[in-house]
Design a binder for this molecule. Sequence first.
Ligand SMILES: [Zn+2]
Length: 565
Amino acid sequence: MTELLIRNGTVFDPLNRIRGEKMDLAVRDGRIAESVSSKAKIIDASGMVVMPGGVDIHSHIAGSKVNSGRILRPEDHEKDVEERTSITRAGVGYSIPSTFTTGYRYSRMGYTTVFEPATPPLKTRHTHEELDQIPIIDKACFPLFGNNWFVMEYLKEGKLEECAAYIAWMLNATKGYAIKIVDPGGVEAWGWGRYLKRLDEEVPHFAITPREILRGLCKINKMLGMPHAIHVHTNNLGNPGNYLTTIETMDCVADLAGGGKPVIHITHVQFCGFTGNSWLNVGSGAPEIAEYVNKHDHVTVDPGQVVFGDTTTMTADGPFQFLLHKLSGNKWVNVDVEGETGAGIVPFRYRRSNYVNAVQWGIGLELMLLVKDPWKIYLTTDHPNAGPFTSYPKVITWLMSKDARGRVLARINKNARRRLDLPGIDREYTFEEIAIVTRAGTSKSLGLKKKGHLGVGADADIAVYSIDVSNIDPSRDYELVRKALANAAYTIKNGEIVVREGEIVATPTGTTYWVDPKVSNDLMQQTTASLSAKFEEYYTVRMANYPVEENYLESPTRIEAVAEV
Ligand SMILES: [Zn+2]
């Protein structure tokens, strides 16, 4: 097996408390090793930054709604073509890249693991078909549970253990990784012509509230011993004043904290961080949300940072997409997935001159800069909702340089600039903090023990960037930093060089992680016996035809979770 020696790089490995030390890294058999033989291939990383491969916690890259977005937007692809080479396949971008292109573009930025955060369980076979096609990177997907009829029925009846067994069965059936909750109860309510804006309003026909769904699934997440917290897209998303719903959502599970692990992750907070009571006076709720996060250890967040320009919004939050379609007048797709969830897609252009869009841009950055502990916040654009993932290098320069964001601030809507706290915030991220919010923190949050660090035994997923920290000041030389992060000098995946000077040089197959929680046999038998009748009643699909077999995945990695029930 190949051996590599990465010599003399400036290493940032926050999980092992290595903060920009000049050192060598040995790689053997796809893992970080103590040492290598004299036959090892040598990479000279002098004057370069070395980090673990990037780990993206939330990026919509595969599945039925992503594919519907591709079909909806031929204009998205025409302007951005990826030519084939002797190694790579042809493909297209821009905001919804084709599968192969997705893998290449992440790898070029030094990212080696990406989690797809929303798959309707019934359509997860499709999600895996696309994930299998995405080359190089490791991946996983989060099935949606927040509007699932069975979940709402179990929780309403107080059958927490049966509900836990059902979710364990579903994670096994879909080969899913975590419990995703989108607008709990709200997507179902909208199907009946109702908007749920508060945590204590009831879902029609199910007599259950978003608060009860959130608390029930949070308890179940703990009972099942899941590696990641419940991953939550809040109610009331996209409405002025919704920052209060976000704080209420974080707080509604505060008493379930314990065990030293966060119990809830709130995603793309920018979309649910608005103050005000109309679009005319909307403002940033980031300071209040950051204050809550700073004071509580049971919660982590990501911003869903807005990047100005054209993109495609897509979410299981059907009601929000309907709202956006009405606000923007842009074309729209909406889907309802049998008793499970829904989804909507709307193209969108974020404009600097638009007051609301400029405030949104400010909310994400304020949140990233005001949450003090970088282990509690992770870098996302909620790809492609607030901007394509290929914008990460640009977003990183806004975090590392007050000048870089100042240049954008000078060009945004005047009234928005006046409303935001951002102009007065001086913080600039260090390389160590960037390594935390893009790989170390996300790996820790996802419970990936062999990712996000460079200790002996870790997966040899490594990014090497042409940044000489002794000569480059990111605060001033942010353009150089952006270019280096966009095209890694080397990306190494499981010990194999996959990118050299921004070019793809190999396309191995990454693995797909999935979590298999083991509940007691009695409980599982009892639950599946009653499930088949429910399937007959509610689904067009028979229960026996529902599961995705493990051998259907090209390269699965099963992670067993030990449940308490
Ligand atoms: Zn999302």
